[in-house]
Write a protein that binds this ligand. Structure first.
Ligand SMILES: Cc1ncc(COP(=O)(O)O)c(C=O)c1O
Length: 381
């Protein structure tokens, strides 16, 4: 009965990251630079809060939007860090990871025939959902601008069908972020247009040489700010995301969230409360460590002759692959087979990622050093 399965779903492909993992799974003595999550454990005090939630039988449904205490903590967190002002009563939704926040936003605002502008290359979590909504993803090519999305690039892709622009910064996979000036240019372009902005700021606590500026502080009425604890507090498995939107919009997004998951996991919500209050600066020490690793990897890749942009944030390098390979997949497979090093082929991040590879530096210095030694040897052959 496969012919009865929804056509949009049938046409979806499993992500290029997963495809690559499946191919190299089981390779012995492989150093992997593929992972998109911090290598630090969840902070102990946050884990304890999760355990206490179980011991205290905090194991039932909560308010659909999350406990009011957690929503207040989330609102205070983004006010304190990024000057964002959202009412915890009706403008904050705690979601099952940022992934669910992306899903419920698109399902609330998109419909057949609408278009969504996304920078290319891009994290593969948006496009399938846009398509399942019957909308069309339109990639704005950022390759000639060191992967930076600017107002003048966005302008080229706006049509009367544009319903939303996705602005993810710092970016997975490129590490590029936006400066205050770049954001103000985008604000000037969009302020009089009836276009939503999905600002995916999941890496906002990992911005290295500048302050993170949220576009939600300028265009609050049309922006959905998405954040979460996966990256800032090394909590990918706890599945906690945060969605901030003006009330007229949040009230509709909340319905989609309600019929989707009812609420985020109660136990994780307790841990998240601890993370956003007592642990609100937990990311600072991780960030310091990432800066050391980023600078180390940058120097090593430069010595190997790669043409690279130093990432502003997140924990990825997006690097142009050497010549002589038929595709980024071909390069990545040969690197595994001949050097025992795994990176993610750029094609996993839309067609605009072809010709590049993503190297995550969310690994210990020992692992980075060994893997980069192997890579240097492979390239010198
Ligand atoms: C840009 C971006 N947005 C969203 C997500 C999903 O985050 P979560 O684990 O909170 O669902 C990721 C995860 O890698 C990401 O890189």
């Amino acid at each position: 009965m496969e012919h009865l399965i929804n056509n949009q779903v049938k046409q979806l492909e499993i992500s290029g990251i997963r495809k690559f993992f499946n191919m190299v799974a089981g390779t012995k003595d492989m150093i992997s630079f593929t992972i998109g999550q911090p290598d630090f454990p969840t902070p102990d005090h946050v884990k304890e809060a999760g355990k206490r939630a179980i011991d205290n039988n905090f194991t039932s449904y909560t308010h659909n939007a999350g406990t009011i205490e957690l929503r207040k903590a989330a609102a205070d967190f983004v006010l304190d860090k990024y000057k964002l002002t959202y009412d915890p009563e009706n403008e904050v939704i705690i979601t099952t990871g940022a992934s669910e926040a992306i899903d419920i936003t698109f399902r609330t605002i998109l419909e057949e025939g609408t278009e969504v502008i996304l920078p290319g290359p891009i994290y593969p979590g948006y496009e399938p959902i846009i398509r399942m909504c019957g909308a069309t993803p339109v990639h704005a090519d950022t390759r000639d601008n060191e992967f930076r999305l600017t107002a003048s690039i966005i302008k080229k892709y706006i049509t009367d069908k544009t319903r939303c622009i996705v602005i993810p910064y710092p970016s997975n996979p490129t590490g590029a972020s936006l400066t205050r000036e770049e954001i103000i240019d985008i604000v000037d372009l969009l302020k009089d247009k009836e276009i939503f902005i999905l600002a995916d700021e999941i890496y906002s606590e990992l911005v290295y040489d500048q302050a993170h500026v949220s576009i939600g502080t300028f265009l609050r009425e049309k922006t959905i700010v998405i954040n979460g604890l996966s990256k800032s507090h090394s909590m990918t498995g706890w599945r906690i995301g945060m969605l901030f939107a003006p009330q007229y919009l949040a009230q509709h997004i909340l319905k989609v969230h309600q019929y989707n998951v009812s609420c985020a996991t109660s136990i994780s919500q307790m841990a998240a409360y601890e993370a956003l209050t007592a642990g609100k600066d937990d990311a600072v020490s991780m960030k310091e460590e990432y800066i050391i690793r980023r600078d180390y990897v940058y120097n090593r890749l430069c010595q190997m002759g790669f043409d690279i942009v130093k990432p502003d944030g997140a924990f990825y390098f997006f690097v142009k692959m050497p010549s002589g390979y038929t595709s980024s997949f071909d390069f990545a497979i040969k690197l595994v087979e001949q050097a025992g090093v795994a990176v993610v082929p750029g094609s996993a991040f839309s067609e605009f990622g072809e010709g590049y590879f993503r190297l995550s530096f969310a690994y210990s210095m020992e692992t980075l050093s060994e893997g980069l030694d192997r890579m240097a040897k492979f390239l010198s052959k």
